[in-house]
Design a protein around this ligand. Structure first.
Ligand SMILES: Nc1ncnc2c1ncn2[C@@H]1O[C@H](COP(=O)(O)OP(=O)(O)OP(=O)(O)O)[C@@H](O)[C@H]1O
Length: 388
């Protein structure tokens, strides 16, 4: 229904408010092919609405591709991710968009409840687009339940009776469940991403050629990438200790005629570590993955984006595009506030130009619009402005 409303009512309303944008851009939903243009690298600052995003490259081929959108909190990651997913779907790519940000706003963005834990077809789309908010707490729970009390009281009783209760208590302190009660930052999100990776492998999801992730703010993403190392050093040690305990208690138990200890926790954690490695591999896969940084034109946001880019580069994560969202149009009136604000934004854009890392990225500039970007029509509108 929405998509039928868009060309007339909504687009015209938006058009009247964005008179500084080219009309072709505003009505691009009517002629989608008009906006699929060749990508080209950009070395400096483009003017607003210049076609520098290289969207054609993003849609090329039916091999599955993953797009992760990340950046500072509140810059518009969700809106950009949702608009990209809508655009992919309307261009013929069956698409899944997933939020792994613990503070979800994907449901708000699509104006639809996506929190049920299963893929939901997005309302108002004539093309296959499914969305999901992953509940990190729920994902973590399955690991936690398997990692608690696995040696059971039997071993402790046995060790107590042998005067080794103290040792049993100390080893009990290595409860793996506690690690998951206070997880390292990024773990929740990494578990969520690995869950998606698992289920999209199934035959029934093979049709989906684009998977878009709306990720958590910068810090989490960076920690997520260093997780395999963290897990190697922490969980790895814990697993080794527990394995030693397991073989010691197993020897005792068989001596006293009891069964061997359970291996569930160690197995689960080893599995968790392996999955984290796979998530990192996915982030680094230049063939199938791209991380898109979203920012706004403020000194603070650009500085954070610069650090994010440097860290992603260090971790060999492929990054090609930078979205500068919420740019003010040139002021047509003598609004002093607007003029000052725009001057400030231009300064931030200059920072991007001068930043040795960010300047090599394709720069996509997205204007600040004066309507809330909510629901498929608005996302289509935003997508047509950004993804060209
Ligand atoms: N270009 C834009 N013009 C006007 N409003 C925008 C624009 N981009 C985003 N917004 C609005 O800004 C708010 C924050 O956007 P969004 O939720 O996409 O950001 P986020 O980076 O995902 O936030 P969080 O870090 O909290 O998840 C939303 O109300 C959204 O509608």
């Amino acid at each position: 229904m929405y998509s039928r409303l868009l060309p007339s009512a909504m687009a015209r309303r938006l058009a009247s408010r964005c008179s500084w944008l080219p009309q072709s851009l505003l009505f691009s939903h009517r002629q989608p092919s008009l906006f699929v243009r060749h990508s080209r690298p950009v070395s400096g600052i483009a003017t607003i609405a210049e076609d520098v995003g290289g969207f054609k490259e993003m849609t090329a081929g039916n091999r599955r591709k993953y797009y992760m959108l990340g950046g500072k909190g509140g810059v518009g990651k969700t809106s950009c991710a949702a608009s990209l997913a809508v655009k992919f779907a309307t261009q013929g790519h069956p698409t899944i968009v997933v939020s792994t940000d613990p503070a979800h706003s994907l449901s708000d963005s699509f104006a639809q409840d996506l929190s049920g834990g299963t893929l939901v077809p997005v309302d108002g789309m004539n093309a296959p687009l499914f969305a999901l908010e992953i509940n990190p707490e729920r994902s973590r729970e399955e690991f936690r339940s398997a990692s608690q009390n696995t040696e059971g009281t039997g071993v402790k009783d046995l060790m107590d009776s042998m005067g080794l209760g103290m040792l049993a208590n100390q080893l009990g302190d290595l409860k793996l469940g506690e690690l998951l009660d206070t997880p390292p930052p990024g773990l929740d999100e990494a578990i969520a991403i690995s869950k998606i990776m698992e289920f999209v492998k199934a035959q029934e999801y093979s049709m989906f050629s684009r998977i878009v992730f709306d990720t958590a703010p910068t810090g989490h993403t960076l920690r997520l990438l260093s997780l395999p190392d963290f897990l190697d050093s922490s969980i790895g040690k814990i697993i080794k200790l527990r394995n030693k305990l397991a073989s010691a208690t197993s020897a005792l138990k068989s001596y006293f005629g009891q069964g061997g200890p359970k291996q569930d926790a160690s197995d689960k954690l080893e599995q968790l570590r392996e999955r984290m490695v796979k998530v990192r591999e996915l982030f680094r896969d230049t063939e199938s993955t791209e991380f898109i940084i979203v920012t706004i034109p403020t000194v603070m946001a650009v500085s954070e984006s610069s650090r994010l880019y440097a860290s992603l580069k260090k971790e060999s994560v492929p990054v090609k595009r930078l979205i500068v969202n919420q740019l003010l149009p040139p002021s047509a009136t003598d609004c002093k506030f607007c003029a000052m604000k725009r001057k400030d934004q231009m300064r931030a854009l200059e920072m991007i130009k001068d930043d040795p890392g960010l300047t090599v990225l394709k720069l996509i500039q997205a204007p600040l619009v004066d309507v809330e970007i909510r629901g498929v029509p608005a996302l289509k509108f935003m997508g047509d402005m950004i993804w060209k």
